[in-house]
Design a protein around this ligand. Structure first.
Ligand code: TYD
Length: 345
């Protein structure tokens, strides 16, 4: 199939593109705006592949999307382009509304007008909001609480309305916290791994007892592909790894894998509006024939090793734009937290 994948130079997108091209034999046009987290070096193994075409551009650029869909005779779209980091959405919410809502709107409208066979919107479990107990199912009301999750919820609803209104074949996936190689080091796992390698403090928000369900990027991508080809139009599918851990426990595993001191873990001022827990019920997707295969301990260990072996990749990032962001996000937090709030064992 000829598929347009957007955000294909990012973390999940680049794993997905590699999978579709190299393992499943599809033709992929890969559209990425190459904003701060899009990285062409994520595509090294396929950049010259005959079934892969990279295009630099934005999902909100209507003439470009119209042209690409026609020029490449695209049959389906997987929208993995998004602003994704909660902390950045607190600093600059406008960028999230522009890409995750307006950009999605432009992309899906062009896809509908071109008469494509299917459209998959890659979303997040964060749209369900804070889930103190139990598990979110696809029929639950949405209760997003950050500009990021609210923008993603807007994109989801817009996409789903195209099934109700036009019978355009849309599916939405809502994945849980994803980890693995090539993840931009602003996110929890790669930030803590790379800081620990450099023996820098690991800034744990609040009491560190927030819970997330960790999903290996390979499992996330196999689920997206499965839903794209096997999913029912108009349906939502939760994707989770079934690995619920408190942040503090993940931080401890990271320092243990690296043989570093637990004293690197520092309790710092909490994120505004921090959701305590996300958890998804994935039985609908399991009934469709998908299940995750990567056990968390193994996946985390392999991820730590990848960052150890690919220092060039993340050191280049950390010495660029990232430094300014890190300063803004963490300098004061770490200064305040350094002496008196080491996390108790
Ligand atoms: P993150 O990777 O930002 O994903 P999300 O907010 O989408 O779940 O964060 C995962 C968890 O780790 C979340 O509870 C916030 C926490 N966290 C920290 O404690 N310190 C940090 O520096 C970061 C980035 C996250």
């Amino acid at each position: 199939m000829r598929i347009l994948v957007t955000g294909g130079a990012g973390f999940i997108g680049s794993h997905l593109v590699r999978r579709l091209v190299l393992e499943s034999g599809h033709e992929v046009v890969n559209l990425d705006a190459l904003k701060y987290s899009g990285n062409l070096s994520n595509l090294k193994t396929i950049e010259a592949h005959a079934r892969h075409t990279f295009v630099h551009g934005d999902i909100g650029d209507q003439p470009l999307i119209e042209h690409l869909l026609r020029e490449h005779r695209i049959e389906g779209v997987i929208n993995a382009a998004a602003e994704t980091h909660v902390d950045r959405s607190i600093l600059d919410p406008g960028a999230f509304a522009r890409t995750d809502v307006v950009g999605t709107g432009v992309l899906i409208e062009e896809a509908r007008r071109a008469g494509l066979q299917r459209f998959l919107q890659v979303s997040t479990d964060e749209v369900y909001g804070n889930v103190e107990t139990g598990m979110s199912t696809e029929t639950d009301c949405l209760a997003p609480r950050s500009p990021y999750s609210a923008s993603k919820a807007g994109g989801d609803l817009l996409a789903l309305s195209y099934w109700t209104t036009y019978r355009f074949r849309v599916m939405v996936t809502r994945g849980s916290n994803t980890y693995g190689p090539n993840q931009y080091p602003e996110k929890f796992v790669p930030l803590f791994v790379t800081n620990a390698i450099d023996e820098q403090p690991l800034p744990l928000y609040g009491d560190g007892r927030q819970r997330r369900d960790w999903l290996a990027v390979e499992d996330h991508c196999s689920a997206i592909e499965h839903v794209f080809f096997q999913g029912e139009p108009g349906q939502i599918y939760n994707i989770g790894g079934g690995n619920e851990w408190e942040n503090i426990a993940v931080a401890e595993q990271i320092v243990r894998h690296l043989g570093k001191s637990r004293d690197l873990i520092r309790s710092v001022q909490d994120r505004l509006g921090h959701d305590r827990r996300y958890a998804v019920d994935c039985s609908k997707l399991r009934r469709l024939g998908w299940s995750p295969v990567v056990p968390f301990e193994e996946g985390l260990c392999a991820t730590v090793q990848w960052y150890q072996k690919h220092e060039d990749w993340w050191r280049t990032i950390k010495s660029g734009e990232f430094r300014q962001y890190y300063e803004q996000q963490y300098r004061q937090r770490l200064q305040e937290g350094v002496t008196e709030t080491r996390v108790k064992g």
